[in-house]
Write a protein that binds this ligand. Structure first.
Ligand SMILES: Cc1cc2nc3c(=O)[nH]c(=O)nc-3n(C[C@H](O)[C@H](O)[C@H](O)COP(=O)(O)OP(=O)(O)OC[C@H]3O[C@@H](n4cnc5c(N)ncnc54)[C@H](O)[C@@H]3O)c2cc1C
Length: 474
C-alpha cells in the first residue's frame, strides 16, 4: 500500500493511506488529486511563482457537498486546510505544504438576473468571467483590475477597482453568501440571516468558512466607458501628481485615476525611444456618459507634455483586461503595501526617488485611488476597516530570475520603509505577503477584537488557519 505523507507545520504527522484516499474519492463528486497527476499540479500552482507548496491531497470540488466532505475529512485526519478560489493571493494562502487543499476553481457558474440586477457567482469564477456574463446585460459590480483574479478571495478581503469610488467595494455590493462552516453546516449569511457572519465575511477573508456561492448587486455600466492611459516622463511626475491630486479632489465619484511608476514597456503606443525609460502612467476611467467623461477628463489629460494619451471610449470588458499582459501568472512576486490619506509632495518625492532605481522592468509602484462611496460606509459596518484611505500603494516587486530575489525584495522593503511616515498605518489584507501575518491586526484596526470573537464562535479550533489568520482565543 502506498501512502501520502502530510508535512504541514501546523498539523504534522498524519499519513494518508490508499484506503483513506479511496474513501475520500468516493465521498466527492469532483476530483481528488495527489502528487504525480496533472490535476494536482493545476491545483497547487498559483499566480505567484515564489510559492511552491505541496499539499498531501487536493480536492477539486464540484459543489457545496464536496466542500463539506473535504472539511470533514481534513478534521478527521487532523490535516491543515487551505482554500483556493482564483489562486491569486500573493501570500500563496490558496495552497499549503502537506494537508488538504480545497480547490474551488472548477466551480464556475455565474447566473445573472437582469431584472433584479443581481448575480449568483460560484467561488471558482474569475473577474473576467463574471464581467463577461454581467456585461452581456450592460451590468457590472466593482471588482479588481486584473481579469484572472478570483472573485472569491478578492471579495472576502474587500475588493476594489475602477467602479469602487462610484459603487463601493465588492463587499458593499454583496447581498448574501452560502458558507460551509468549520462544523460542516451550510448556512446563508446576509443582512437578515447570520448577520454576524455576514459582517465578518465582508473583509475577514477565509477565516470563518468556505463560501460556495456569492450573491451580488449589479449596476448599469457601459458597455462602453471612457478609459485609458496618459503617460508622462518620470521627470514630470512631481508636477503631474500635484495637479492630479487637486484635480481628483474635485472630480465626481464615477471618475477615477490610479497611477503607476515603472519603466515603459515596449508597447506600440509608446514611442520606441521611451521603451525601458522611467515613466508615470495615469490610468483613468469614467463610468458614465462618454461626452461628459471627455469633458471631465480634459484638464487632466492636457496637463503637461504627455508622451502618449490613449484615453478613449472602449468596452468596459476590454478596460478590465487592459493590464493583464503586465500581470501574467508565473513570475516571481513580492509586494509591500501602505494606505495613504493623502498624496503629499513628500510622498511623491519618495515614490519618484525609488522609481528611478526600479530593479526590474516588470517591477512597478502602483497607487489605487479610493474614497467616494468606499469612504461613505462606516468603518465598523463591515470587517474591512480602512475606509478613510484615499490611496492604496502596492509595490509590485516582480521579476523572473531567482538570482534577483534578494535585490528586488530589498528594494521593495526599503521603499516601504521610506514611505511609512506618510502612511495611515492600516493595510489591505489582500495585499499582505506570507511574512506579514503580524500585520493582520493593522488590517482590521478597531474591528479586530470583534473578528476574534466571531472566530471563537465559528471556528474555535482554527480549522481555517491557512490565511491571513485571525487566531481564536478559546
Ligand atoms: C495581479 C493581481 C491584481 C490584483 N488586483 C486587485 C485589485 O484590483 N483589487 C483588489 O481588491 N485586489 C486585487 N488583488 C488582490 C486579490 O484581491 C487577492 O490576491 C485575492 O486573495 C485573490 O483572490 P483569489 O480567489 O484569486 O485568491 P486565492 O489565492 O485563491 O484565495 C485567497 C484566499 O482567500 C480565501 N478564499 C478564497 N476562496 C475562498 C472561498 N470560497 N471561501 C473562503 N475563503 C476563500 C482563502 O483564505 C485563500 O487563501 C490583485 C492580485 C493580483 C495577484
Amino acid at each position: 500500500m502506498t501512502a501520502t505523507t502530510t508535512g504541514s507545520p501546523a498539523r504534522a504527522g498524519a499519513t494518508l493511506g490508499e484506503d483513506a484516499l479511496a474513501a475520500l474519492r468516493q465521498s466527492v463528486r469532483g476530483r481528488v488529486a495527489v502528487a504525480g497527476s496533472e490535476d494536482y499540479e493545476q491545483a497547487r500552482t498559483v499566480w505567484n511563482a515564489m510559492i511552491d507548496r505541496r499539499p498531501a491531497v487536493a480536492v477539486r470540488c464540484a459543489g457545496a457537498a464536496d466542500v463539506r466532505n473535504a472539511i470533514q475529512f481534513a478534521r478527521e485526519k487532523d490535516l491543515a486546510l487551505a482554500v483556493r478560489g482564483g489562486g491569486h493571493n500573493i501570500a500563496g494562502n490558496a495552497v499549503c505544504d502537506g494537508g488538504l487543499q480545497i480547490d474551488l476553481s472548477l466551480m464556475k457558474s455565474v447566473r445573472i438576473d437582469p431584472v433584479r440586477r443581481t448575480a449568483r457567482v460560484e467561488p471558482g469564477v474569475t473577474l473576467g468571467e463574471f464581467d463577461r456574463e454581467a456585461q452581456a446585460f450592460g451590468l457590472a459590480t466593482p471588482l479588481g483590475i486584473n481579469s484572472t483574479t478570483g472573485v472569491a478571495g478578492l471579495t472576502l478581503g474587500g475588493g476594489f477597482g475602477w467602479l469602487s469610488r462610484a459603487y463601493g467595494l465588492s463587499i458593499d455590493n454583496l447581498r448574501s453568501a452560502d458558507v460551509v462552516t468549520a462544523a460542516g453546516e451550510l448556512v446563508t449569511a446576509s443582512a437578515s440571516e447570520n448577520a454576524d457572519l455576514f459582517w465578518g465575511l465582508r473583509g475577514g477573508g477565509g477565516n470563518f468558512g468556505v463560501v460556495t456561492s456569492f450573491e451580488f448587486d449589479l449596476h448599469p455600466i457601459g458597455p462602453t466607458v471612457l478609459a485609458g492611459l496618459v503617460i508622462h516622463p518620470l521627470d514630470a511626475a512631481k508636477d503631474v501628481l500635484r495637479f492630479k491630486r487637486e484635480f481628483v479632489a474635485k472630480a465626481p465619484d464615477n471618475f477615477v485615476c490610479w497611477f503607476v511608476l515603472r519603466q515603459a514597456p515596449p508597447l506600440p503606443f509608446l514611442p520606441p525611444e521611451w521603451h525601458g525609460k522611467e515613466i508615470l502612467a495615469l490610468a483613468m476611467c469614467y463610468a458614465g456618459d462618454i461626452a461628459e467623461g471627455e469633458r471631465i477628463a480634459k484638464p487632466l489629460r492636457e496637463f503637461g507634455k504627455p508622451i502618449a494619451d490613449i484615453v478613449g471610449p472602449m468596452p468596459y470588458t476590454a478596460w478590465q483586461t487592459v493590464l493583464d499582459p503586465l500581470l501574467t501568472p508565473g513570475s516571481r512576486n513580492y509586494w509591500k503595501s501602505h494606505d495613504f490619506a493623502a498624496l503629499s509632495d513628500g510622498l511623491s518625492d519618495v515614490l519618484i526617488d525609488y522609481a528611478r532605481r526600479i530593479p526590474d522592468p516588470q517591477t512597478e509602484i502602483a497607487c489605487a485611488q479610493l474614497g467616494g462611496a468606499v469612504s461613505r460606509v462606516p468603518r465598523t459596518a463591515t470587517a474591512y476597516n480602512h475606509r478613510d484611505g484615499q490611496y492604496v500603494m502596492n509595490v509590485h516587486g516582480r521579476w523572473d530570475d531567482p538570482a534577483k530575489d534578494e535585490a528586488c525584495i530589498a528594494w521593495a522593503r526599503s521603499l516601504w520603509q521610506a514611505a511609512a511616515p506618510f502612511a495611515t498605518g492600516s493595510v489591505y489584507v489582500n495585499f499582505l505577503t506570507q511574512e506579514e501575518g503580524g500585520r493582520v491586526r493593522e488590517a482590521y484596526g478597531e474591528n479586530f477584537e470583534r473578528l476574534v470573537a466571531l472566530k471563537n464562535k465559528y471556528d474555535p479550533k482554527n480549522v481555517f488557519g491557512v490565511n491571513q489568520n485571525i487566531q481564536p482565543t478559546v
